[in-house]
Design a protein around this ligand. Structure first.
Ligand code: PMP
Ligand code: GLN
Length: 384
């Protein structure tokens, strides 16, 4: 019964691998969610809001305190002046992405995105009846080829979907790369939709550069982020999108008929959390950087080629040195082999050959969980 355009998207790799991990008792380094909760003050605020009666529909565009806090966060970290009236609160970054694409693309219009991509991108483009033009990011650095990027643009390009820091590769685009993307968007009259959910997870002193801070880009950029990542509350599903008034108004038209409103008791709590001191944000990055190193060392020792991520909480490896020729088949076997679950990168690609032997592991887990995953992986060669 399912419409043709959604048939490739009947299940998600995250659900499948999490279910497999549960069935086999494997350590789940597949789906990216932290195994500790966010800041105690945030949790307490949300609980107090629920018992305190903040449980009915909030305003469609989001509660004023949260929209103001999102604007203040942009000023504090990136020196950007945002009018809170141009901020729209969404049900996670996922809904922000979907609303933007549905609002901006007519059937047959084209969306440029980089592959591998977060899985919802392709499904959302399909829902809109639009066409995905996927530009490869290749190891080891997962940068793009400027010629391939240009070739993806046509007169039908309406949206360029950018994600930095990038899931799954961990690439962090620098200002030069963003400027190349921005220049093409301007030349072809496209809107840039930039997914910056990992904005506070860039490592080794690298800055996160928001697309909208580049000269001339604020006027054609919609910026997306999410409390799920920054505050380790992925189950709350509160995200946001902001940009020029007329673009946000278009996105709002779609959003209001997807979910209408989002998470009333969570919104004021997240508003307070956005104002947490600098130490909170610095600890988030430094603790993840340490976890990256812990898992990356273990994966190297286990025989994988490791592409060290510059950001996010994912590390992409190549399993080819272990004799693996199909990463998807390998991920289905890995929990039985050593009791660890991961996800194949090929499922994030329009062209599966691009990531055929690549495998993604998440490191947003407690140190003892990562230690035990590393210990289990050390026996992998013997099992293969
Ligand atoms: N974009 C990217 C790149 C992600 O990794 C995620 C995480 N699941 C999302 C969007 C979705 O975020 P949310 O859970 O806030 O919908
Ligand atoms: N963003 C997370 C990941 O990439 C979780 C996504 C999901 O479960 N839909 O693993």
């Amino acid at each position: 019964m399912l419409v043709q355009r959604m048939r490739p998207f009947t299940s998600t790799i995250f659900a499948e691998m999490s279910a497999l991990a549960l069935r086999t008792g494997a350590i789940n380094l597949g789906q990216g969610f932290p195994d500790t909760d966010g800041p105690p003050s945030l949790l307490a605020d949300a609980a107090a809001n629920i018992t305190g009666g903040i449980n009915q529909y909030p305003p469609g565009i989001g509660v004023p305190a949260l929209r103001e806090a999102i604007a203040a966060h942009q000023a504090r970290f990136y020196g950007r002046v945002i009018d809170p009236a141009d901020v729209l609160v969404t049900t996670g970054a996922t809904e922000a992405i979907a609303s933007a694409v549905l609002a901006l693309c007519e059937p047959g219009d084209e969306v440029v995105a980089f592959q591998p991509y977060y899985d919802s991108y392709a499904a959302t483009v399909a829902l809109a009846g639009a066409v995905l033009k996927a530009v490869p990011l290749r190891p080891p650095a997962f940068g793009f080829d400027p010629g391939e990027l240009r070739a993806a643009f046509t007169s039908r390009t309406k949206v360029v979907l950018v994600n930095t820091p990038h899931n799954p590769t961990g690439a962090v685009f620098d200002a030069g790369q963003l400027a190349q993307i921005g220049a093409l968007a301007a030349e072809f009259g496209a809107v840039v939709v930039t997914d910056e959910v990992y904005e506070h997870m860039a490592f080794d002193g690298r800055p996160h550069v928001p697309m909208a801070t580049l000269p001339g880009m604020a006027e054609r950029t919609l910026t997306i982020s999410s409390a799920g990542k920054t505050f380790s509350v992925t189950g709350w599903k509160v995200g946001w999108i902001h940009g020029p008034s007329e673009l946000v108004a278009a996105v709002k038209a779609a959003k209001q008929f997807l979910t209408y409103v989002s998470g009333a008791p969570f919104q004021p709590a997240i508003a307070n959390a956005l104002a947490l001191p600098d130490a909170f944000y610095a600890d988030l990055g430094s603790s993840l950087q340490r976890k990256r190193d812990l898992l990356a060392d273990g994966l190297r020792a286990a025989g994988f080629t490791v592409f060290e991520p510059a950001g996010t909480y994912f590390v992409v490896t190549d399993a080819a040195p272990l004799g693996v020729t199909d990463g998807a088949e390998f991920c289905w076997r890995l929990p039985e082999l050593v009791g660890v679950a991961a996800v194949p990168v090929s499922v994030f690609c329009a062209d599966p050959d691009l990531g055929r032997t690549l495998v993604r592991f998440a490191f947003c887990k407690r140190d003892e969980v990562l230690d035990s995953a590393v210990d289990r992986l050390s026996g992998l060669k013997a099992e293969l």
